[in-house]
Design a protein around this ligand. Structure first.
Ligand SMILES: [Zn+2]
Ligand SMILES: [Zn+2]
Length: 557
């Protein structure tokens, strides 16, 4: 079945994730009934989603149209682009996954962790490969980002090229291979019908510093420091890890890698050759104390202040092997992702408390650079590809709007640019772009390995529990439905029972009243319970301005 929102000749594009948010990038192209999925990411929840591990898109559209899917194409190995794959594969039949280099390594590792998932063939593409389908030809353009092997994906259609940049910045002195700017000019000369480009840093003026600038800066900092260096960065930033390893070796420091994801990244990085480090320079965390403090770098996770990560545990003194010492220097080779600032502040605070020196990224010490291009980078992409139509992607709504402004300044017509939300379908033809309607899109919460088990109602309950606590009401009745005892009230996290006897007896009276009235109105048992809960909730709110979670049980004795 075809997408009924599209006219016969039109090409469809929509996102199931990635628009109006930074995360769970999942883009869908429909060309002559063929469906091309590009990326399948997850999003990490913010603090309001208690107990939720990940957020993935609602895949319903793909489930309903799975016979038309020709493949899943992966731009690079970041979690917001590949993290959703195991969940997608559990629900949707995907004929083939196309991924390159480092993304393949990360993906294969990820699939090992999800043993129940039956994975399709993973086709490892190279920069010069292209794949022909009935409706278009798919090819790849290497760009620079904060992880090796990031490729923009080009769909050559009968109306011209549709190019999705993936995540990129312009880096003339990258740590890995240089970007294929010549290919951007080539697709431009053939004609780019539509560009879909990374908007993450669209609000940031200027350019993003090169990764090599950071390498030099880290090296300089290392030269000046005495004592141990504890440095935290993203475990996926293989280039940064390489720079830290190189700076350590140059300054005669052995490297201890601490934190599960960092250890794994180092292992994959060294096995695949993305990280070049003589084995004897990498030591176990247990061996750290066998060396002079000046001879040690501890490379660890926790740059985002994550509660269970290595640096957080080092900071609060609960790490098994690494304890901070006064002459240590802790370096954050990272910037807090929006939403993580508070956690990072807490970690920094604890570190200051233990008397160590802390260096965070800033004008004085450049210890981090973003992998996403700022305004000048984005304008260069627009200028090189010269698209007829433009859809900013990968960003919150205001970032998409800023990106649109840049495009308008460069002469792209306003009406040729679409700002979309997840689920909005863009219909493209040779000379037109329009919003055609919407398909189902939404958030699905993942709790452990379960899927969709954590609904909005459950999250709300957890939120209430964490803020206002729990109140349990037990009513003991005889077989004539008469109360035989005073209602029993149990509080957890709501009020302290011993010092609130007055309040408790008021609640008991209200519970009794509500019960008697409900029985008199001949309510069935379930309705009696919900009635008591709603009466009590209102009553307690009036007295305390709090809304604990109320659980009522009626026991016949
Ligand atoms: Zn990325
Ligand atoms: Zn991304």
């Amino acid at each position: 079945m075809k997408n009924s929102l599209l006219k016969d000749h039109e090409i469809g594009f929509f996102a199931l994730g990635g628009l109006g948010e930074v995360g769970k990038n999942t883009y869908v192209f429909e060309i002559d009934k063929e469906i091309f999925i590009v990326d399948a990411g997850i999003m990490f929840p913010d603090d309001t989603l208690l107990g939720v591990d990940y957020v993935i898109p609602d895949y319903n559209y793909l489930i309903e149209n799975q016979e038309r899917i020709v493949g899943l194409f992966i731009t690079h190995g970041h979690e917001d682009h590949i993290g959703g794959i195991p969940y997608l594969l559990r629900q949707v039949k995907i004929p083939k996954i196309y991924a390159s280099g480092f993304a393949v390594d990360l993906l294969e590792n990820k699939l090992l962790e999800h043993e129940d998932v039956v994975a399709p063939q993973i086709v490892e593409y190279k920069a010069h490969h292209s794949f022909k389908f009935k409706s278009c030809e798919v090819s790849f353009i290497r760009l620079n980002h904060s992880i090796p092997d990031m490729f923009g994906i080009n769909l050559k259609t009968k109306y011209g090229n549709i190019f999705y940049t993936g995540d990129f910045k312009i880096d003339y002195t990258p740590v890995g291979p240089v970007a294929e700017y010549d290919k951007l000019s080539k697709i431009a000369s053939e004609g780019v019908l539509c560009l879909l480009s990374d908007s993450t840093n669209a609000e940031r003026p200027g350019r993003i510093p090169s990764e090599q600038v950071i390498g030099a800066s880290i090296d300089e900092i290392f030269q000046q420091l005495k004592g141990r260096i504890i440095i935290a960065t993203f475990a996926s930033n293989i280039y940064r890890m390489q720079q830290i390893v190189s700076a350590s070796i140059l300054n005669n420091r052995k490297i201890a890698v601490v934190g599960r994801s960092m250890e794994r990244a180092m292992e994959i990085g060294m096995n695949t050759g993305y990280i070049r480090a003589p084995k004897e320079w990498i030591i176990d965390a247990e061996e750290v104390d066998n060396y002079n403090p000046n001879e040690i770098t501890i490379l660890c996770t926790g740059s985002q202040g994550e509660p269970m990560a290595a640096l957080t545990r080092i900071a609060n003194g609960t790490h098994r092997q690494i304890k901070v010492k006064p002459n240590d220097t802790v370096i954050f080779s990272s910037s807090p992702i929006p939403g993580n600032q508070e956690g990072v502040n807490k970690t920094v605070d604890m570190l200051y408390r233990s008397g160590v020196t802390v260096i965070v990224n800033g004008p004085v010490a450049e210890t981090h650079t973003s992998g996403h291009g700022a305004q000048d980078d984005l304008m260069l992409m627009l200028s090189l590809t010269r698209p007829k139509f433009f859809i900013p992607v990968h960003g919150e709504h205001r970032m998409l709007k800023e990106h649109k402004k840049l495009a308008v300044n460069l002469g792209i017509k306003k009406e040729n640019i679409l700002i979309l939300d997840n689920g909005d379908v863009a219909a493209l033809s040779k000379d037109s772009i329009r919003k055609a309607g919407t398909v189902k899109a939404g958030d699905v919460y993942i709790d452990g390995y379960g899927i969709g088990s954590t609904g909005a109602k459950l999250i709300k309950e957890r939120k209430i529990l964490s803020e206002d606590g729990l109140l349990s009401v037990i009513l003991s009745v005889n077989n004539n439905k008469e109360l035989v005892l005073k209602p029993t009230i149990v509080s957890r996290g709501f009020i302290f029972m011993k010092t609130n006897e007055d309040l408790i007896s008021q609640i008991q009276r209200m519970a009794r009243l509500s019960y008697v009235q409900s029985v008199n109105r001949n309510f069935p048992l379930e309705k009696i319970k919900t009635q008591i809960e709603s009466d009590l909730s209102e009553y307690i709110y009036g007295l305390t301005e709090r809304k604990p979670l109320i659980l009522t049980s009626v026991i016949e004795i």
